[in-house]
Design a protein around this ligand. Structure first.
Ligand code: FAD
Length: 397
């Protein structure tokens, strides 16, 4: 039976990064994936690494550190994952939103982040196609973008150079523990691999992997739909642009009601647009709990289009060529789980990144590698420890 220092389950952006960072530490690592690399949520998402959509504190700290790592990896990796530091623009529709945004920006600026308010005139200078009646917005210099699909392959290909073994099209069916309850092996549909350490990076499926060792992870799939525009001869938007209401659709505890249509409200839609290197645009955003269902929904497509045209009227003239949906691994406190599980020695979790998995992939991989090799982590990650969920039961889907 083949044996590895560490087995990583799931070759999405988190598992690929974790596997790469572990291989970089000189460990013998296997990455097991039931489909192809990036066949889960990491190829059904948008493409940005932001700090402007993070809460002040550890959420932003990790997001910022991850962008710094992206810059380094973009120079080191031979696979180009289309990393670009373009900045991002939050748009406030009303004076009321602008007031809330000012409070947020002053906290982030106090913590040392390069984020500032822009008035309605500057808004139009940055993005000339925006509607004329918007109140202002937030400019965040550090925010960046990349191609998530290529990013997964970049981690995997760089990992392979360091000895990483990839078992794609191998579905994990069981995990065995030894007599003392420690991790012993991973059983796949094509054979068994021996190891003393497993990292569960199976995204929305990580609760199913954890059940194999009797652990309940309260991750829930949170659906999001994206529309792809045709290629345009001019730039509708030069960087990520989204409405400040996006924060309201992401964080359930922010109490603010937008003046939107019933359709937009019903589907929890908040406008976002991102340019791609291929000159198409990704238009969103949407959040809903619908289990693992990733079928496109015509009503949601209408709601996304309605909201997008409100902010960028020029989009009325541009065709949408396709749509897709993915499911974010949501946890209720919006912080990922990056931790060993105390009751099952050798069983680690790196999951629950909701809408930030692409953004936080480099730092997550780095921190898991630090945890496993016993080095101090870059941050105090007590808040990411699984123990915060120890007494909670599995969530209903
Ligand atoms: C619409 C949308 C837009 C988004 N936009 C952004 C964005 O702009 N920026 C950002 O940072 N994040 C964004 N996200 C969130 C981001 O996509 C996720 O947080 C991230 O992809 C999660 O990565 P993961 O590796 O944890 O999960 P996944 O990519 O789902 O990887 C998990 C892998 O585990 C595999 N697996 C499952 N079960 C098994 C098994 N039994 N055996 C073997 N393998 C198994 C799956 O096949 C899958 O490939 C968005 C998400 C959505 C839905």
């Amino acid at each position: 039976m083949k044996s590895f220092d560490v087995i990583v389950i799931g070759a999405g952006v988190i598992g690929s990064s974790v596997a790469y960072h572990l291989a970089k530490k000189g460990l013998e690592v296997a990455l097991i994936e039931k489909g192809g690399v990036a066949s889960g949520t990491s190829s059904r998402c948008d493409a940005v690494a932001l700090i402007c959509d993070k809460k002040p504190g550890i959420d932003t700290e990790i997001g910022y550190a991850s962008i710094q790592l992206f810059k380094q990896l973009a120079k080191e990796f031979s696979v180009d994952f289309e990393f670009a530091s373009r900045g991002s623009l939050y748009v406030c529709e009303t004076e009321k939103e602008l007031e809330i945004a000012k409070g947020y920006v002053s906290q982030q600026a106090k913590d040392g982040y390069d984020m500032r308010m822009v008035d309605s005139r500057e808004l139009k200078e940055i993005e000339p196609y925006l509607a004329d009646d918007l109140a202002g917005g937030i400019w965040t210099e550090v925010d960046s973008s990349m191609n998530p699909y290529k990013l997964c392959y970049a981690f995997v290909e760089e990992g392979k150079k360091l000895g990483l073994k990839v078992y794609d099209y191998h579905a994990v069916q069981d995990i065995t523990l030894d007599a003392k309850g420690r991790v012993e092996s991973v059983v796949t549909d094509q054979g068994t691999l021996k190891t003393k350490r497993i990292v569960n990076c199976a995204g929305v499926w990580s609760p199913k992997i954890a059940e194999m060792v009797g652990v309940h992870i309260p991750i829930k799939p949170r659906k999001g739909m994206v529309l792809i525009s045709e290629k345009t001869p001019f730039k509708v938007a030069s960087q990520k642009v989204h409405e400040f209401g996006y924060m309201l659709s992401k964080f359930e505890d922010i109490q603010f009601k937008r003046n939107v249509s019933e359709l937009v409200e019903k589907h929890n839609v908040a406008f976002t647009i991102e340019p791609t290197d291929a000159h198409n645009f990704l238009v969103g955003g949407h959040r809903a709990f619908k289990g693992y269902d990733i079928r496109s929904e015509i009503e949601v497509i209408r709601a996304i289009a309605e909201r997008a045209i409100r902010f960028l009227p020029v989009l009325k003239e541009i065709n949408c060529i396709r749509a897709y949906a993915g499911v974010r691994p949501w946890v209720e406190d919006h912080l990922p789980i990056v931790s060993e599980v105390e009751e099952v020695p050798g069983f680690f979790i790196a999951s629950g990144h909701e809408g930030d998995g692409i953004s936080m992939s480099p730092i997550t991989g780095r921190m898991v590698a630090q945890l496993i090799t016993g080095e101090p982590t870059d941050f105090n990650i007590d808040k990411l420890n699984f123990s915060r969920y120890q007494n909670k039961k599995a969530v209903s889907l």
